[in-house]
Design a protein around this ligand. Structure first.
Ligand SMILES: C[S@@+](CC[C@H](N)C(=O)[O-])C[C@H]1O[C@@H](n2cnc3c(N)ncnc32)[C@H](O)[C@@H]1O
Length: 385
């Protein structure tokens, strides 16, 4: 791919074009970028390239002549897609970047000062592109943004072909969180699923995180994101969970998702409090080291740690086993747990907190065995008596 950049400040481009991935791609001949000095095309006696605007107003406007002559010289047969970087243009997004990456040639015109004479645009530019709703001093940073985003999609530019495939926007969603060593940084642990090496679980977790982050930060992307059936179900569940939290917040609860350390502390404490001593080792293995915190009481039942209990019988048995003021619901096909935190987690927490695993989360867990969520810890204000 060849990209010509028309600018009054070609030196602004050089350090970006020579560094890192772009520098290597250009060095390897995968893309060709030609910064072109517009001033060398001016026919003005003093080699000026701009003048005051007709009609008055602040700043200077770039002449049409050097621009039109440069474009005609560089692209006489109009083979390039010709773009003027401008805040008035269509806002750049990954779909536009993908379509630009299909072109053999791009020509990028960088304005400066107050912009360029409109007639230059009428005579030789195909479209205007903006890199966002703000105003820069010149089009060079916009041109570099376009070049960088497009270059990543040119085959061979990224080290591994796969590394561009699941980035933010490429999938129609924002990307999941990424982590690298160490596994524990200042007490913040990398989510266990990523350390486990089970690729199906990791994939599932990442897809879910992508949905969560997109729903939280850019919900409008979900209107057009191509979701498969699993993701559509995940999204439904996440929305149900949010609705539940909204409801609880409306009742005065402060809902926050747990850190992993908190999430782990609960099943440990829970098992110590409610699982018979002879079964605790097995329960911990089952509920903490594997799928961790989600659905652990259910696992305790179904794996024979509390024999023969299911549905309402489980509800009743558990409610009896819990401290006063605790309600547990184990409908046959789903789990909804409201519980004061067990003693040992901290006695004070018992009076002020509830633990909730919402029904939809547990339903998904029970049917897929893969949910990696919750429980949610809910701080009540004022504490229940
Ligand atoms: C100060 S701006 C001119 C702004 C122009 N007077 C207006 O209000 O639309 C100078 C140049 O910076 C570039 N530029 C500024 N903001 C941009 C953006 N958001 N996207 C792309 N290019 C931008 C354009 O090339 C523009 O000609």
């Amino acid at each position: 791919m060849r990209i010509d950049v028309l600018t009054l400040f070609p030196e602004m481009l050089s350090s970006v074009l020579s560094g890192s991935i772009l520098g290597r791609a250009i060095g390897a001949g995968l893309i060709e970028v030609n910064p072109i000095q517009l001033r060398s095309y001016t026919t003005h006696r003093q080699r000026c390239t701009d003048d005051y605007p007709y009609g008055g107003g602040a700043g200077m406007v770039m002449f049409a002549q050097p621009i039109v002559d440069a474009v005609t010289d560089i692209d006489p047969e109009h083979r390039a897609r010709r773009i003027y970087l401008s805040p008035r243009g269509r806002t750049l997004n990954q779909r536009i970047v993908e379509s630009l990456a299909q072109e053999e040639r791009l020509l990028l015109l960088c304005g400066h000062y107050e912009g360029v004479d409109e007639r230059a645009l009428e005579l030789c530019i195909d479209e205007e592109l903006s890199i966002g709703d703000y105003v820069l001093t010149g089009g060079e940073l916009g041109a570099l943004t376009v070049i960088d985003a497009v270059a990543r999609l040119v085959p061979g530019v990224l080290g591994s072909e796969a590394s561009g495939e699941d980035e933010s926007f490429t999938t129609g969603l924002l990307e999941y969180p990424q982590y690298t060593r160490p596994a524990d940084f200042r007490g913040r642990r990398v989510p266990e699923v990523l350390l486990g090496g089970n690729h199906a679980d990791i994939e599932y977790w990442r897809r879910e995180q992508s949905l969560r982050i997109t729903l939280e930060r850019r919900p409008e992307l979900l209107d057009s994101a191509p979701l498969d059936e699993t993701q559509a179900r995940m999204l439904e569940r996440i929305r149900a969970e949010k609705a539940l939290i909204h409801l609880l917040e409306g009742m005065g609860a402060i809902c926050a998702s747990t850190s992993l350390a908190e999430a782990d502390a609960f099943p440990k404490a829970w098992i110590d409090a409610f699982v018979p001593p002879e079964n605790r080792k097995a329960a911990k293995k089952l509920c903490i080291s594997g799928k961790r915190h989600v659905g652990f009481p259910y696992q305790a039942f179904t794996h024979g740690l509390m024999h023969g209990l299911e549905g309402e019988a489980a509800n009743e048995a558990l409610t009896r086993a819990m401290p006063e003021n605790v309600k547990l619901y184990f409908p046959k096909e789903a789990v909804l747990i409201w519980a004061k935190l067990p003693q040992g987690f901290t006695p004070d927490a018992l009076k002020t907190q509830l633990v909730l695993v919402d029904e939809t989360t547990c339903l998904a867990y029970l049917t897929s065995g893969k949910a990696q969520l919750g429980p949610w810890y809910i701080q009540l204000d004022p504490p229940p008596q």
